[in-house]
Design a protein around this ligand. Structure first.
Ligand code: NAD
Ligand code: TDX
Length: 379
């Protein structure tokens, strides 16, 4: 078991990052280290999602503080160098990314910048800080697959099942499935995965990599299918279904994903990649149908009336038909398995969005960005 002391979490103000940080502080007693959350606070980053953690564990940056926030971009090498030195970083968990497929189709450039160049910058700075050099520190580091690193350091990269492309009616993605990305988003994530593995094979950097299926749960930005549908149902707005609605995704409750990442960090083998999935395939239209039933029951409404707001719209270009994950490796090797049944996760998610209208309204009004402006000037 690795003991992780100073974890640099990138993109910690996004959906999965927030859930990960909350899990570590609230539900992982064996974690006694510090988290340094580096986030550029793009449209998807919401600092207010971690207010409670900041209050309890940030304690105004006193010596006993265990939570720190750094506003910055993972592409900024100088900034990364400073953070590595300031906090003596021994672990990186790289969540930071542009994550929405539709946005990648409209504007791919930031995807290449953050997902590819950002991951490159992080890898390179981690290598520079962690590789033990017996030579002249002003000279370039010796290149070797057997290079020595500070004991215990680990670089974990969070990736997606979308790198494997689209499945037909049968079959599953395994860790050895060929990469066949088809959207600008998945192509940029695939590139980042290749860089991570290259840094391991060429320079010996201790890395782990995970490819996860579709997550859902609290704090997800309402551009993604499940929160978008819940909010639109609650507000009586149309429910836009792409194409015929029969595209299949493998859904995983976010808590199960963050627990899998913690498991890999603690005991995953370096140089290995692990698939994480919910073994829970659903057609989009079936998910929407389940959500309609849950929402109708909770608001005392008529499912049929909500169903009437479904609108089949133009399909997403290059829309992958089916994803399905074989996660036997993480189950057998590391003992992880999904715990939250899909229906339970879905009900909890609906309840969360119903109870957190302030969070939703802040996103709508952009109010969560005031904090950035007040503290760092207008961006
Ligand atoms: P998200 O879009 O909700 O959050 C991304 C976060 O990264 C935001 O806080 C944003 O401000 C930050 N960020 C963006 N660019 C940055 C930059 N240049 N420097 C620093 N911070 C930056 O994403 P998410 O859904 O939480 O996904 C997190 C990671 O998990 C991503 O790498 C994504 O590819 C991967 N993933 C997501 C899912 C899913 O279903 N959401 C599934 C598999 C893998
Ligand atoms: O309004 C919608 N209508 C619709 O039919 C939206 C937003 C989506 N969809 C469909 C497209 C997909 O088939 O629902 C499915 C899920 O769409 P998204 O929520 O956009 O997720 P997806 O494109 O599958 O990608 C997600 O899972 C893998 C995350 O956004 C990625 O970051 C992750 O890597």
């Amino acid at each position: 078991m690795r003991t992780l002391k100073n974890i640099l979490v990138t993109g910690g103000c996004g959906f999965i990052g927030v859930n990960f940080i909350r899990r570590l502080f609230k539900h992982t007693p064996e974690f006694t280290g510090r988290i340094i959350n580096l986030d550029a606070l793009t449209y998807a980053g919401n600092i207010t999602s971690l207010q409670e953690i900041e209050k309890e564990f940030g304690i105004d940056s006193k010596p006993e503080s265990r939570y720190f926030f750094e506003l910055g971009d993972i592409c900024d090498r100088q900034g990364l160098e400073t953070i590595f030195a300031k906090y003596n970083i021994d672990t990186v968990v790289n969540f930071a990314a542009e994550s929405h497929v539709d946005r990648s189709i409209l504007g791919p450039e930031t995807f290449v910048k953050t997902n590819v160049m950002g991951t490159f910058a992080l890898l390179d700075v981690a290598r520079r800080r962690w590789q033990i050099s017996t030579g002249d520190p002003t000279q370039p580091l010796p290149v070797s697959a057997d290079a020595e690193y500070t004991p215990g350091v680990i670089f974990h990269h969070v990736s997606t099942d979308e790198v494997y492309g689209s499945l037909g009616e049968s079959g599953f993605f395994t860790e050895t499935s060929p990469y066949e990305p088809r959207s600008p988003y998945s192509a940029s994530k695939a590139a980042s995965d290749h860089l991570v593995m290259a840094w391991h094979h060429t320079y010996g950097l201790p890395v782990t990599l995970s490819n996860c299926s579709n997550n859902f749960g609290p704090f997800q930005f309402p551009e993604k299918l499940i929160p978008l549908m819940i909010i639109n149902m609650l507000e009586g707005k149309p429910l836009p279904v792409y194409g015929d609605g029969k595209n299949i995704r493998d859904w995983l409750y976010v808590d199960d994903h963050t627990r899998a990442i913690w498991t890999i960090l603690s005991k995953g083998r370096t140089g290995e990649k692990y698939n994480i999935g919910g073994e829970n395939e659903r057609e989009n239209i079936a998910i929407i149908d389940e959500l309609i039933e849950i929402v109708a029951e909770k608001i005392n409404g008529e499912p049929q009336k909500i169903r009437g707001t479904i609108q089949f719209v133009k399909d997403r270009p290059g829309h992958d038909r089916r994803y399905a994950i074989d996660c036997a490796k993480i189950k057998e090797e590391l003992g992880w398995q999904r715990e939250t049944p899909f229906e339970e996760g879905l009900a909890k998610t609906v309840e969360w969005y119903m109870a957190n209208t302030t969070w939703i309204n802040r996103i709508r009004s952009g109010e969560y960005r005031y904090w950035v402006e007040e503290n760092y000037g207008r961006r």
